[in-house]
Every structure is written in structure tokens, then in C-alpha cells.
Design a protein around this ligand. Structure first.
Ligand code: ADP
Length: 487
């Protein structure tokens, strides 16, 4: 397929946009400038997006402020109805959405379908959850008083999202924000802005009023500056690198904004001697290779206890070698292109360093262009680069450990704390490890933990706040305490 045929796989044309969406209108840059959005598999052009000027981004913030009072007063069940309509539209256009995600991100189509369902799940959860933001009545400490606390929307919110899950990383912010009664302006990653614009298209069709949701595109630095310095913006939700997250937190300090930060991870997977082999291999496959390893909860470091090490390596090696690398648009592809050539260079650096340090290359190897084959290195040193930095690619390094205490010490030897994984059949080991590991999330005998129904988020340098579940809604609500006297 040439690029125009690839682009033509999006059958509902309004989903493939080349404008930003501000205050209910599709707009181009006032200076006429745009940047191309390219297909990571071919390098061809899918669309372009406007390089907006500062005044246009400011206009989106102003529109969100104007739209806020009426949206906040709209009954939560009415807001929920609009979100449910949006959910129906996403499901109606599920095929197009999946192909759009594969086109701009490169991920295999079967995973893009998974992302559409996961992303739609947040809309479904918060269409319901918004009406359950219950307050509290507090028994009065003195006679004649009534004390209560009620939840109210924080106000204008902004979302800055990454390229690895272009739809889901946005809906997990957008859906609770709108359900809570906040308005939101989103800035998607420049590599993958099209899913966010497609979401805006369907939000408009579902009846989200002008200004309640806008999508701005262009220079991340300029947009970030406007968002963070604006006194109108009361909440920033960011998913991306720890480095940028820290800068954004600092920039938000003078205006004391509410913050949700989903930052980098460095997830350990601990496979104990008593693990079920099939379960452990399945868990490692999904935790390592989902989204070609480009996930902040990807198992970055796989620690295997000495008694099961050789058996695990053999089975895992066969599974890794059997993966199909290629065009994400083909349904049987397991590994598509990485997002860009810098991503492949990072994997190569980690691979070369692991092998130079004594690791044995058992599958895959060096990548080329944007294609990186799934790669397995065993006998990796405990201090290898891939244990310290996020690889963000399909490179699995296996590191041996002796005892339970060793495993926990290695797992916690990181400033990050997003996800971790434990494989064992011992009730005691599972419970101790779930307690002892310093991370916001623990997967036990599974590598697939994400769901809109559970609180996703990290500790330490991996961030603050939760997304998903009722806790994700609270990120967009302030608790107001009212004390009535003379009753
Ligand atoms: P990743 O490694 O996932 O690309 P980044 O933190 O670089 O992580 O990017 C995540 C999001 O943050 C993207 O939407 C990107 O455009 C945006 N971003 C990058 N730099 C800045 C900045 N200085 N201010 C605001 N947003 C930024």
C-alpha cells in the first residue's frame, strides 16, 4: 500500500483532521504554518497540524474559562449523557480509530484496537462516575451547626499527552475532567496529534459545547508556557517524561495549580523459582513487548531467580524469536516500527552496553531505521544501563538473582516507582513482595494491569495523582467545606 492508500483506510473522513479545534471551531494557524504528521512505518505524510500562534492558544484558554460556569452547572447526569453518546460514537468508529492510531503511532493494529477499547473505557467509566461525586455531612462539634463538605469542579484544566497511547492517555484525563464539570484544553504530542483531533470531532458530534473541550497543536514549549503561567488554568495533567514533568511542576508553582503527573517508570519484573513457567513467560511477553516496549509500565528489568533461570530463558527465547515484525496495519504483526530513529538508537545503546558487560544475545539484535526486532539478552549485569534507564523499546534483558531480599533490593534500587511485576505461586512471596516493592502498582502473575476501573499512578519520581477509577475523578474536584451556624 502506498501512503495515500494507507491514509484512505480511514473511511469516515471527518476523523482525519489537519486543523486544531478551539472554542468549537476548526482553525488553522494565523501565520499559515503547519507541521507534517508522518507514518512511522513508511515515513510518508498522513496529515499536517497547525503550528498555532500564542494568541490562538490563549484564545483556547479564554474560551475554556467562558464555557466553564455553564458546564459546571450542567447536572452531572446530563454531562454523563453526552459522554455516553461520545462512547457510542467511538465504538461506532472503532475500526477507523484503530487504524488512525496505527497510522500515526505505528503500533500493531490488534494493539490499536486494544487501545481504542481501553480509551473508550475511560469515557464509559466517567459517564457514570461523574454523578457519584458524593460529599460528606460531618457531625457538628457544637450545637446549632451543620457542617458539610461538597465536591466542586476545579475549573479550567489542561492536558499534555504523549505519543505512545495517543487516544487512551487523553481520554483518561478528558473524561474525568468533563464528567467533573471542568473544561479542558489538550495538547497532544506532535508526533501523534490525530487521535486527539478525532476525539474532538466526535466530542463535537456528541454535543460537547464549544469551549468545553479544545485541542491545540504546535510548539510544546510555547503552549506549555501559556498553560503553566495562566492564572485561569487551575489544573494541569501531564503524562510524559520525568524531566519535562519536573519543569512543568516548577512552572505551575507560582499559580499553585492542581497537578496530576504520570511520569517515567523503570518497572522491575521479579520471577521467583516457584513461578508457574507458562504464566511467567506470558507475563513477561506482554509486560515487555506490548506497544513495542514503548510503555511507561513496560517491564524494563526482568530479574529471574537462579533455580528457574535456564528454563525460563529457553521458553522465553522461543516466544521472542517467533514474533512477527512489520507493518502495524497487518493484523498478524506483533512488533511495528518504533516512533522515531532516536528510539531505535536508545535500544541499540542499551543492547550494546548489555552485551559488552557480559550479556548473551539470544534473539533479535541491532535495529535499523525505525524498525527494531524484539531482542533478548540473558546474563545481563545487575548494574547494566538497561536496569537504570527506561529502554522504551523491545529489548528484554534478563538478570539473575539469588534470594527474596536480593530481588527486593534490586527492584527498589531506582528513583522511579510506577509499576512492578511479581511472578510466584507462593502466597507468602506474593504478599510480601506486594508490600515491599516501592511502586504505585503491582502486577502479580500478569503483565497486563491497566484498566479504567483501577487507580493508575506512581510514587517517587514516577509522579503524583491517579488516573482511572473514582480516584481519577477526584483529581478534577475540589472539596469545599461549609460550616452553617444558627440552625
Ligand atoms: P516523551 O519521551 O514521551 O516524548 P516528553 O515529556 O518529551 O515525553 O513529551 C510528553 C509531552 O510533553 C508531549 O506532548 C510533548 O510535546 C510535551 N512537551 C515536551 N516538552 C514540553 C515543554 N517544555 N512544555 C510543555 N510540554 C512539553
Amino acid at each position: 500500500m502506498d501512503q495515500s492508500q494507507r491514509n484512505a483506510t480511514i473511511t469516515y473522513k471527518p476523523l482525519l483532521r489537519s486543523s486544531a479545534y478551539i472554542d468549537g471551531k476548526w482553525v488553522d494557524s494565523t501565520n499559515g504554518k503547519s507541521i507534517d504528521v508522518t507514518d512511522p512505518f513508511t515515513g510518508g505524510r498522513i496529515s499536517s497540524i497547525p503550528l498555532l500562534e500564542a494568541a490562538q492558544v490563549q484564545a483556547a484558554v479564554d474560551a475554556a474559562a467562558r464555557a466553564f460556569p455553564a458546564w459546571a452547572r450542567t447536572p452531572a447526569r446530563e454531562r454523563g449523557k453526552i459522554l455516553r453518546k461520545l462512547l457510542d460514537l467511538i465504538i461506532l468508529h472503532r475500526d477507523d480509530f484503530a487504524r488512525l492510531i496505527t497510522l500515526e503511532n505505528g503500533k500493531p493494529l490488534k494493539e490499536a484496537y486494544g487501545e481504542v477499547d481501553y480509551g473508550a473505557g475511560f469515557v464509559e467509566v466517567y459517564a457514570e462516575e461523574g454523578a457519584r461525586s458524593l460529599g460528606e455531612i460531618i457531625p457538628a462539634p457544637v450545637p446549632g451547626r451543620k457542617l458539610f463538605a461538597e465536591k466542586e469542579p476545579v475549573g479550567v484544566s489542561v492536558a499534555i499527552t504523549p505519543w505512545n497511547f495517543p487516544l487512551a492517555m487523553l481520554t483518561r484525563k478528558f473524561a474525568p475532567a468533563l464528567a467533573a464539570g471542568c473544561t479542558m484544553i489538550a495538547k497532544p504530542a506532535s508526533q501523534t496529534p490525530l487521535a486527539a483531533l478525532a476525539l474532538a470531532q466526535l466530542a463535537e458530534e456528541a454535543g460537547v459545547p464549544p469551549g468545553v473541550f479544545s485541542v491545540v497543536t504546535g510548539s510544546a514549549g510555547m503552549i506549555g508556557d501559556i498553560f503553566t503561567s495562566s492564572p485561569i488554568v487551575r489544573k494541569l495533567s501531564f503524562t510524559g517524561s520525568t524531566e519535562i514533568g519536573i519543569k512543568l511542576m516548577a512552572a505551575c508553582a507560582p499559580t499553585v495549580k492542581r497537578l496530576s503527573m504520570e511520569l517515567g517508570g523503570n518497572a522491575p519484573m521479579l520471577i521467583f523459582d516457584d513461578a508457574d513457567l507458562g504464566t511467567a513467560v506470558d507475563a513477561a511477553m506482554i509486560a515487555k513487548f506490548r506497544n513495542c516496549g514503548q510503555s511507561c509500565i513496560a517491564a524494563n528489568r526482568i530479574y529471574v531467580q537462579k533455580g528457574i533461570y535456564d528454563t525460563f530463558v529457553n521458553t522465553f527465547q522461543q516466544r521472542v524469536a517467533a514474533m512477527k515484525v512489520g507493518d502495524g496495519l497487518e493484523m498478524d504483526t506483533d512488533i511495528g516500527p518504533l516512533i522515531d530513529e532516536a528510539a531505535v538508537a536508545k535500544v541499540t545503546e542499551h543492547l550494546d552496553e548489555a552485551v559488552a558487560g557480559g550479556g548473551k544475545l539470544l534473539a533479535g539484535g541491532r535495529g535499523e531505521g525505525r524498525m527494531q526486532p524484539p531482542t533478548l539478552v540473558s546474563h545481563v549485569a545487575q548494574d547494566a544501563l538497561l536496569t537504570r534507564e527506561e529502554t522504551f523499546g523491545p529489548l528484554a534483558g534478563l538478570i539473575a538473582f539469588d534470594s527474596y531480599d536480593d530481588a527486593i533490593r534490586l527492584a527498589n534500587n531506582t528513583p522511579f516507582g510506577l509499576a512492578s511485576y511479581v511472578c510466584s505461586t507462593s502466597y507468602e512471596t506474593i504478599n510480601r513482595a506486594s508490600r515491599d516493592i516501592e511502586s504505585g502498582m503491582v502486577g502479580v502473575n500478569t503483565g497486563l494491569i491497566s484498566t479504567p476501573y483501577a487507580p493508575f499512578g506512581g510514587v517517587k519520581l514516577s509522579g503524583i495523582g491517579k488516573e482511572g477509577s473514582k480516584h481519577g475523578l477526584d483529581e478534577y474536584l475540589n472539596l469545599k467545606y461549609v460550616c452553617q451556624s444558627g440552625i
